[in-house]
Design a protein around this ligand. Structure first.
Ligand SMILES: [Zn+2]
Length: 427
């Protein structure tokens, strides 16, 4: 049983010299103290601790947007965003009032994520303070790198999910300080940061949005929220905030910046793009969720052309796929639909090499996790050992074949910080 391998060989998925994409190379990784020490090119080493011929070695997958308490709510169909939140999601989130249940569920979700190859997440908990604390503990114990935020909501949700703004801001500050203290004590072994998570402007009063903005700035904490997902939502924002644009509402509250991750951004105007670009705010593109809730197709090409950093997320449970590989595939499919409708030749279809990069190194880069989810010396060893059951190596486009023929049963082992955290039963 190899729980902390020293060497792994096979076909390695590495960053390409073509920016924003990956390439494949046969070689061997050497690990030391939870990090990649070196990479050697060459035929797979038969004496390596793990891997060998036919093995694909890829960086751990990064999910830039998901909701831990919604993991069991995938597939509640037939509704669009606002009705789905009221009828499917808020009832599920009420269960996290029981903090033990929240911790147990987060542990189970963490194990499941590792079994799909996800080793890093940007996540939401619920409005419950103790439940969020237990969830953070569970995610860290599983070895996953994460930012997780207590959800901030003080209106337009069931009364049991609304907490007064001042109390929420205080609780969010306490969680941020708590995770920082644990990180200082535990070093590399503590991998979770608390983020400031106002759910979306509909469920936050201006007082709460401003309090959240001030907190994120004062503590230099990451911020997560939703923006411009669906048209009815955008109309409601205009109504609640006197016609101000969605981006303008967050700008007024001081919520934009390079540590701000805003999910969706389907219906943003060019003026809003300019504001997001000038503040270097990040859009988390969630193609499976946009499709499931019939929200629309996000034009990520337009975002990238104005230099808005784009990450990609599952948005479980608005998104129905737990595998980030299938989310990557949906990203390509969305780009094909956008291209088909666009007369702008600058609109390109995302390639498989770019899609792989997006769910690994690209996501990590966009989020600011510069030392994870890439195969390079010095980087945290979050690594997947994959054994495809098809002759992909000789395919005309191996990266396309691997992406489209992907089968979760190919994943044999998931390592975080060099340690085996999940192994396919029977191995
Ligand atoms: Zn979401």
């Amino acid at each position: 049983m190899t729980t902390s391998p020293r060497t792994i060989s096979g076909t390695l998925m590495l960053p390409s010299s073509d920016p924003g994409s990956v390439r494949l190379m046969r070689g061997t990784l050497t690990l030391k103290d939870g990090r990649i020490e070196s990479i050697a090119e060459g035929d797979p080493d038969a004496s390596a601790d793990l891997g060998g011929g036919g093995t694909l070695v890829i960086p751990g997958l990064v999910d830039a947007h998901m909701h831990l308490p919604q993991y069991d709510s995938i597939g509640i169909d037939g509704m669009t965003l606002l009705e789905w939140l009221d009828r499917a999601i808020f009832p599920a989130e009420c269960a996290w009032a029981d903090a033990d249940h929240a911790g147990d569920m987060a542990s189970r979700v963490a194990r499941s994520l590792l079994s799909f190859g996800t080793t890093s997440i940007c996540a939401y908990a619920t409005v419950h303070h103790e439940g969020t604390k237990n969830a953070i503990d569970a995610i860290s114990s599983a070895g996953i790198r994460a930012m997780v935020g207590q959800v901030l909501m003080d209106r337009n949700a069931p009364p049991e999910l609304c907490v007064p703004a001042a109390a929420l801001v205080k609780q969010a500050a306490a969680l941020t300080e708590w995770t920082r203290a644990l990180s200082a004590q535990s070093g590399d072994r503590w991998r979770v940061e608390h983020s400031v998570n106002p759910r979306f402007a509909i469920s936050c009063t201006p007082e709460l949005l401003h309090g959240a903005g001030q907190l994120a700035r004062t503590l230099n904490a990451p911020m997560q929220t939703h923006i411009s997902e669906n048209r009815a939502e955008c109309a409601m924002i205009a109504q609640l905030f006197g016609g101000r644009s969605y981006t303008g509402v967050y700008e007024d509250a001081g919520l934009l910046g390079p540590r701000s991750i805003l999910a969706h951004g389907v219906w943003l105007t060019p003026e809003e793009h300019a504001t997001l670009a000038s503040t270097r705010s990040i859009i988390a593109h969630c193609p499976t969720a946009n499709s499931f809730l019939q929200s629309g197709d996000c034009d990520t090409g337009a975002l990238r052309r104005v230099a808005i950093p784009v990450a990609v997320g599952s948005d479980i449970a608005g998104g129905t796929d737990r595998s980030m590989v299938r989310v990557a595939r949906a990203m390509i499919e969305t780009s094909k639909r956008v291209r088909e409708r666009s007369s702008d030749a600058a609109n390109r279809i995302v390639s498989p090499a770019e899609a792989w990069w997006n769910i690994t190194t690209g996501n990590a880069n966009a989020i600011g996790w510069r030392a994870t989810s890439r195969l390079a010396p010095g980087v945290e060893a979050d690594i997947l050992i994959v054994r495809p059951d098809i002759p992909w190596a000789n395919a005309p486009d191996p990266l396309g074949t691997l992406l489209y023929a992907w089968d979760d049963r190919w994943l044999e082992r998931t390592l975080t910080m060099g340690e085996e955290r999940w192994r396919r039963p029977g191995l």
